[in-house]
Design a protein around this ligand. Sequence first.
Ligand code: B1M
Length: 222
Amino acid sequence: MNDILKKIACCVEFGKINKTSPYPPNMKDQDGADELTKKALEEGINPNEILENALIPAMAIVGNKFSRNEIYVPQMLMSAKAMKNVMIHIRPFFQSGETKRKGTFIIGTVTGDLHDIGKNLVSMMVEGGGWEIIDLGVDVSTEKFIKAIEENPKAVIGLSALLTTTMENMKKTVIAIKEKYPDSTVLVGGAPVTQEFCDKIGADFSSPDPQGAVDYLQKLVS
Ligand code: B1M
């Protein structure tokens, strides 16, 4: 892997946001995710490569370490902050105004769930695929989803859930959307969401990753 991508991945894994951030102490005064991403883009590295080869694998390492109790919530938060600093720089490249929008994609993390890193990645990738994004954020109620659909009746809807406890809220929201808008298309995703669960709750498609969502949406308009 390219050296600068390795460094970005390292910053995300260890939560090094920028040069002035004091955390982690052993990386003091070194460039962080912010500076390295700027440099990578200046060197002509493809933003998608930064996403696929630095960000996503680094966050997977963070997640596995947390699962093994090798790191705790504060370290996870620092990684999430470093990751967001990378995303600030690469997002504009996925928002090319030259391409005509293919449609509108409403996305949000369901009620009770505050995880937004995966949702933001999906949102960014779908936006890069030519869609206009309405990002409702985290802890989104069924009513808020319904209101957004009312205002954008042709939009495709995406729901994210990261907690097994909030999968139940995902189910309630999907059922409510389908009752009111039977012709709507609803995508679901997030680490605990399976195709079996998707079928059970009456959603249209489940993707384990952003690209699956992008490919599915592309099929809808081609
Ligand atoms: Co939380 N957390 N967390 N967390 N967290 C998990 C999810 C957990 C698996 C960790 C663990 O125990 N091993 C666990 C859930 C267990 C369970 O439900 N079975 C957990 C827990 C328990 C909690 C708290 C309850 C902890 C506590 O307070 N005691 C708490 C809950 C807060 C709440 O939501 N109400 C909590 C809090 C947090 C932080 C705030 C500290 C932070 C979130 C920061 C943020 O998002 N802004 C956090 C983090 C970072 C994680 C882990 C480490 C990483 C999640 C992540 O961002 N992954 C996670 C452990 C893990 O994943 N192993 C964990 C990277 C991200 C790119 O992946 O979101 O899966 P993911 O998204 C993927 C795919 O799923 C897919 O695309 C993405 C890219 O590939 N995808 C979609 C996602 N949405 C999609 C939608 C689609 C299509 C694809 O279509 C619409």
